[in-house]
Ligand binder design. Structure first.
Ligand SMILES: CC(C)(COP(=O)(O)OP(=O)(O)OC[C@H]1O[C@@H](n2cnc3c(N)ncnc32)[C@H](O)[C@@H]1OP(=O)(O)O)[C@@H](O)C(=O)NCCC(=O)NCCS
Length: 169
């Protein structure tokens, strides 16, 4: 069994996972709608318009067969490192593999050597999702979040020099 953090070969994609369609140009209004459904401290359309106008920001909506946006991810990529700024799956569609598909597809599309993010310490679903996708905890920021006040868990995912994920599933 490899030691924690040792390079492993990523397993094949789960054929039962939802595939969806990746939309690289969702509207700010649609993203704000998803955000409001997922987060109490939601970002509005103006915040998304600002992000979408940034040259280093990449954003996708993941759509189902009917064209409905099920989830979304917003990332910032500079050189070969990326940061996940926002990610979620609509509450009506959670628990069916969309989150896993979203993170896997996002990592493929970012094509970065290292991807970092922070997540609320009490967000068990997101922590489990990111861990299962190969992210490892790199630190904590005390009382980083407000409404409610909560620590941030810092996580990172990295490719090994051979090009495979340092940990994956
Ligand atoms: C976190 C989130 C994206 C997961 O999406 P999802 O579609 O429900 O996730 P999936 O069904 O693909 O599940 C993938 C893995 O996530 C973890 N997970 C998902 N829901 C979970 C829950 N309620 N409790 C614990 N782990 C959970 C599990 O590891 C799961 O793998 P398993 O099914 O093999 O156990 C979703 O809960 C969400 O959008 N939450 C609100 C927004 C948010 O917190 N975004 C992340 C902020 S950093």
């Amino acid at each position: 069994m490899p030691s924690p953090g040792a390079p492993t070969v990523p397993p094949p994609a789960d054929p039962s996972a939802p595939s969806g369609t990746w939309d690289p140009r969702p509207s700010a209004e649609e993203l704000a709608g998803l955000d409001a459904a997922c987060f109490t401290a939601a970002l509005d359309a103006a915040a998304y318009r600002h992000w979408l106008a940034q040259p280093y920001v990449r954003c996708w909506a993941l759509r189902d067969g009917a064209g409905t946006a099920v989830g979304w991810a917003v990332c910032q990529r500079v050189a070969d490192e990326a940061e996940v700024l926002r990610l979620g799956v609509h509450p009506d569609r959670q628990g069916r593999g969309w989150g896993r598909a979203l993170v896997r597809g996002m990592l493929e599309r970012l094509d970065a050597r290292r991807v970092v993010l922070d997540v609320r310490a009490g967000n068990a679903a997101a922590l489990a999702l990111y861990r299962s996708a190969g992210f490892v905890e790199t630190g904590r920021r005390r009382d980083y979040y407000t409404h409610p006040r909560e620590d941030a868990v810092l996580m990172a995912w990295a490719l090994d020099p051979g090009g495979s994920a340092a940990a994956s599933r």
